[in-house]
Every structure is written in structure tokens, then in C-alpha cells.
Design a protein around this ligand. Structure first.
Ligand code: CTP
Length: 422
């Protein structure tokens, strides 16, 4: 098993791990690759988010490492004193986090072997699921050796998400969302006892003690998953969404609508927009302005995103009524973000209307009025609300393809505005 796993590590990462392992040995301790990186090696899934666990103070180790290797290789080392952790940052933003199995260093060298076993299991015991507890030793003598205290490898083989201990979700309710995320991401089942623990924690209202901000951070990870609809459905089944935002839950069609969003996303293909924001708009689809604002406030969503979710989204919804009647408001959609257009497309039932909207959006985005304020002043128009009136009319005329060049615009202004005494 040891060699098979090592073979799966890309060569450049393997070299890095070896160097860090060697430095740890020189520092007088063992180092291990841990967490999602190791789990995903067993799952044959690429994961470049590497966590290293060492048995001494990670910040001190990172400083030594910086002196020895980092300067030479152009690596940057960032230490986080408060948490006793450090990050190695590479030129291409690839990052390795180093944490201590326990921040205190050893008291007496004689106690080392005993403490060593204790330290590791103590750290591992604090983790969320068995599948995240596997360690790979990266120090030269024991390179590739696997420590699997909680049979995480077996659970990966059995495709099971299993909590480590019974108060895991009471300690940290965000783990409920993590568990659901892992189960749906890897197509695993949540082990029956863990399911009971989730239900028990939800019944005990654990989310009441969790800030909206932390809940939303985890929810956002789910919304960013490749397939968020399934985990969102599970959040609903476990009564979690209902506890957090009753307005979302009262929408019986919410999940049907999320599927429509998924279809539009698949159709659009490009990823030049925030997919998570689109799914979030799907989740709050039925919320009116007040309910949307309450949810955003509870989740501590930043101002610019609140504008998108509470104001722009509702404006987009109101435009839908006209689109259903075949009336397109080009000027309004020209300032919309892709997220909003895709949201509107998901709301429209007729494929023809979806297509029409998207074409209109592309046309509106590509339509630019050339004449600006200075030009208008030169033409003798007095500054005032008339400026935007003219620009809007020019925009409309361009959309109707009545005019196209700058000269056309000037003629249009002369014809429709200047003779009116402006
Ligand atoms: N962890 C935990 N409880 C949490 C968050 C994290 O026990 N609430 C532990 C897990 O052992 C996890 C490790 O910290 O493997 C690293 O966390 P993180 O990088 O957030 O998660 P990954 O497991 O790497 O998940 P993902 O693939 O979604 O990044």
C-alpha cells in the first residue's frame, strides 16, 4: 500500500515533501502529510492543498526551513504565531500549510517516544471524519509510512463518511455541512450512527450557537462544489436550511429551480461568473426583498453581494414579466452581470425565450453609444437630464439597428434633439 500511494504523488510535489521531511528530521522531529491531500490520494483525486503535520512547533520549524531552503529556492514562509502554524508560499500561489500536532514543544527528550504517539493521536482525535485522519510520514527514514489510527483507509474503501466521536457536531456544527459535502462529492454514504448524530445535533439546535458568517462560509463551499444541488437537497432533508432561513425552506419549488440553474450552467459552459452566487440566488429565489436582506444580514454577506442578491436579483425578476410578454428591456439588461442573466434564463420556462434573452443580452452588452458628454456640449446641448435621455435614445436606436456610426449618432441628435431648442 505504502509504495502505491507514493507513486500517485506528482513528482514535483514528491520532491517538495522529501525536502520538507528532511528539514523536519534535521529539526529533530517527524513530519506527516495529512488531511484532504492524503484522503484524495487514496481516492485518486487531485488535491494541491497540502497540509503538513509536524511534532514540534510549526512556526519555529518554518523559520528554520526559511533559512535553510526557502531563500535558496525562492519560497516564502509566512508564520501565524497565534495559531503556531506556518504556510510555505510558492511563486505560482501553490501553498503548503504546516501545523503542529500540538503547539507546545517537548519538555524532556527522554519522554519523546511516548509523547510522540500521544501527540499524533491527540491531534488526529480532534479531527472531523475518519477519512481525514490518515497520515503519510514524509521524513527520510520512514518516508511513505502510513499511520491510520481510525481506519480511514477502510472507510474510504467502503465509501463511508464516519464521524470520529459522538460530540463532533456539537463541538463544531460546520462539520455537519462538511460531512454532507464529502458524502455527495465522493458519492459516499454517511454511516448510520453519524446520520443519527447529525439528526441529534440538529434537534438540539446546534446551529443557534454558530454565527451566520461561519455557516455561510461552509454553505459557500457547498455552493462551489461541482454538483451543489445534491448536498443542498440533503441540507433540506436534515432540516438544516429550515433552521437557518425559513423563507428558503417554504419554497416547495426551490429544488426544481436549482435543477433549472444547473441546466443553464451546463449550457453556458464558460466560467466567467460566480457560480456559487447563481446557486445562492436559486436558493433564495422565493424570498422577497425583506427576507433576502434578513438572510444576507444573518450570513454577514458583503455589501456588493447584497446588492446583487437583494436589489439586482429582484429587478431581474420584475423584468421577467415583460420578457414573458416578449418585451425586452435592453438598456436595463445591458448593466446586468452574467449571474443575473443566467438566473433569469433559469426562471424562463420556454427554451425559445431563454435563447432570446441571451441573444438580447449579448447584443445589449456589445452596443455602445460613442457620443459622450463632451461631444454633446460641443454640439451645443446644455448639461442636464437631457444627456441621459439622449444617450438612452441613441442606445435604443442602435439596438434597433437604425444607426451605427458616430456620424449616425450626431445626425440622430441633430434630427431629434437639436431642432427642439436644446
Ligand atoms: N478539519 C476538522 N474540522 C473542521 C475543518 C477541518 O477536523 N471543521 C480537519 C480535517 O481533518 C481536514 C483538515 O482539518 O482534513 C483540513 O481541513 P480543510 O483543508 O478545510 O479540509 P479538507 O479535508 O482538505 O477538505 P476540502 O477537500 O474540501 O478542502
Amino acid at each position: 500500500m505504502k509504495n502505491n500511494i507514493i507513486k500517485k504523488i506528482p513528482q514535483n510535489i514528491l520532491n517538495l515533501l522529501k525536502e520538507i521531511g528532511k528539514a523536519a528530521e534535521d529539526f529533530g522531529c517527524q513530519a506527516y502529510a495529512a488531511g484532504g491531500f492524503v484522503r484524495d490520494l487514496f481516492l485518486d483525486t487531485e488535491n494541491l492543498d497540502i497540509d503538513i503535520l509536524i511534532e514540534k512547533n510549526a512556526a519555529q520549524f518554518a523559520k528554520k526551513l526559511a533559512k535553510k531552503l526557502a531563500k535558496k529556492k525562492g519560497w516564502k514562509v509566512k508564520t501565524h504565531k497565534k495559531f503556531g502554524t506556518a504556510s510555505l508560499i510558492f511563486s505560482d500561489n501553490f501553498k503548503i500549510d504546516i501545523t503542529s500536532a500540538r503547539s507546545e514543544s517537548y519538555k524532556t527528550p527522554a519522554a519523546l517516544p511516548e509523547v510522540k504517539a500521544g501527540l499524533l493521536s491527540e491531534d488526529i482525535m480532534r479531527r472531523d471524519f475518519t477519512i481525514n485522519t490518515i497520515l503519510i510520514n514524509i521524513t527520510p527514514k520512514n518516508f511513505g509510512e502510513i499511520t491510520d489510527i481510525f481506519s480511514g483507509v477502510k472507510d474510504i474503501k467502503n465509501r463511508t463518511v464516519k464521524a470520529l466521536h459522538d460530540i463532533s457536531f456539537i463541538d463544531d456544527p460546520t462539520r455537519i455541512l462538511r460531512g454532507i459535502k464529502f458524502a455527495t462529492r465522493f458519492n459516499f454514504t454517511i454511516d448510520p450512527h453519524t446520520q443519527d448524530l447529525i439528526k441529534e445535533a440538529v434537534n438540539k439546535n446546534v446551529f443557534a450557537s454558530l454565527s451566520g458568517k461561519r455557516f455561510f462560509t461552509e454553505l459557500k463551499y457547498i455552493l462551489k462544489e461541482k454538483e451543489p444541488v445534491l448536498p443542498l437537497t440533503k441540507l433540506f432533508k436534515y432540516n438544516i436550511i429550515q433552521t437557518i432561513a425559513s423563507d428558503i425552506a417554504s419554497d416547495k419549488n426551490a429544488f426544481f429551480f436549482l435543477k433549472q440553474i444547473k441546466e443553464v450552467i451546463l449550457w453556458y459552459k464558460k466560467d466567467d461568473y460566480l457560480k456559487w452566487a447563481l446557486y445562492f440566488m436559486g436558493l433564495i429565489n422565493n424570498c422577497d426583498k425583506k427576507a433576502s436582506q434578513d438572510i444576507c444580514r444573518h450570513f454577514e454577506i458583503p455589501h456588493n453581494e447584497r446588492i446583487l442578491f437583494c436589489d439586482m436579483r429582484l429587478e431581474a425578476k420584475s423584468l421577467l414579466k415583460n420578457i414573458e410578454k416578449n418585451k425586452m428591456e435592453y438598456k436595463k439588461i445591458s448593466v446586468f452581470k452574467t449571474e443575473l442573466i443566467l438566473y433569469m434564463m433559469a426562471s424562463l420556462k420556454s427554451p425559445l425565450k431563454k435563447e432570446k434573452l441571451f441573444k438580447a443580452y449579448k447584443k445589449a452588452k456589445n452596443t455602445k453609444v460613442i457620443i459622450n458628454g463632451n461631444h454633446l456640449i460641443k454640439l451645443g446641448v446644455k448639461p442636464g437630464p437631457i444627456f441621459s435621455e439622449i444617450t438612452n435614445k441613441l442606445f435604443e436606436a442602435k439596438i434597433k439597428e437604425e444607426i451605427s456610426t458616430k456620424e449616425d449618432e450626431i445626425d440622430y441628435i441633430k434630427k431629434y434633439f437639436l431642432h427642439n431648442g436644446h
